[in-house]
Design a protein around this ligand. Structure first.
Ligand SMILES: O=C(O)c1ccccc1N[C@@H]1O[C@H](COP(=O)(O)O)[C@@H](O)[C@H]1O
Length: 230
């Protein structure tokens, strides 16, 4: 079971998050979008992603901009393992996928799908043929993008999507140590993702990972997956 943790800002907390069991760590490289306090300067992105490589952890660059040209520039610059499109104004296309391969041949593509009602199933199917991952998430963040709501959504829809697509499905939206096991047992995803419930939030939008909660999240996810033979 892949455990994906967002949204890393500092180098030291990234290392601690990897040591606590994360398989994928996600961050917002400096761009036009997202809460200013969460955007990571590019020199630090490189330092964190180099550390990921050394430790065999996947680096994920989250795109909150809605400009595909800016995404491709960033993809070329950071060469992440995964590019996660989470902006609410742009959805990946086969052409985007092709251009991503040209500028970052080793970067896989993850498309966030907003699960608001059953229409999410068709939206997931539409991107399935040309993405590597589909991330199922809740709500729209007030600043930009799909996700970061801290809320769960209808897991029955997610279970149907897992059955209907070939891409690897990452379950997101309001997951934390308290409910990750239930989500895995119900949805049977390829991976699980957490932001709000494994973070400490401060005034002004600053956040840092709560390492004990990250550790618990990873431990409970692995235990649940083992129990159902995933
Ligand atoms: O990670 C962010 O900073 C972010 C900002 C804006 C939109 C989405 C973002 N992240 C994605 O949202 C999920 C779920 O968040 P939560 O656990 O429900 O709070 C997060 O893990 C990222 O995939």
């Amino acid at each position: 079971m892949i455990k994906q943790l967002y949204s890393l800002i500092q180098f030291d907390e990234s290392v601690k998050t990897m040591e606590a069991g994360a398989d994928n760590i996600g961050l917002v490289p400096m761009q036009n979008g997202g809460v200013p306090a969460h955007r990571v300067p590019l020199d630090r992105v490189h330092k964190i992603f180099d550390e990921c490589k050394k430790r065999g952890v996947n680096s994920v660059a989250i795109m909150l901009t809605n400009d595909p040209e800016e995404m491709l520039q960033l993809a070329e610059e950071v060469q992440a393992n995964i590019l996660h499109i989470a902006g609410d104004g742009y959805t990946a296309t086969p052409e985007f996928r092709q251009r991503l391969k040209e500028v970052a041949p080793d970067t896989e593509l993850m498309q966030a799908v907003l699960v608001d009602d059953e229409s999410a199933i068709e939206r997931a199917k539409a991107v399935d043929p040309f993405v590597d991952y589909i991330l199922l998430d809740s709500g729209l963040a007030p600043d930009t993008g799909i996700g970061a709501s801290g809320m769960t959504h209808d897991w029955d829809i997610d279970a149907k999507i897992v059955e209907s697509v070939n891409a690897k499905v990452i379950e997101a939206g309001g997951l934390g140590p308290d409910n990750v096991a239930d989500a895995i047992k119900k949805i049977k995803p390829y991976g699980v993702d957490s932001l709000t419930k494994t973070s400490i939030k401060y005034e002004g939008g600053h956040m840092e990972k709560d390492i004990e909660k990250v550790r618990l999240f990873c431990e409970r996810a692995d235990q649940a997956a083992k129990e159902i033979g995933l």
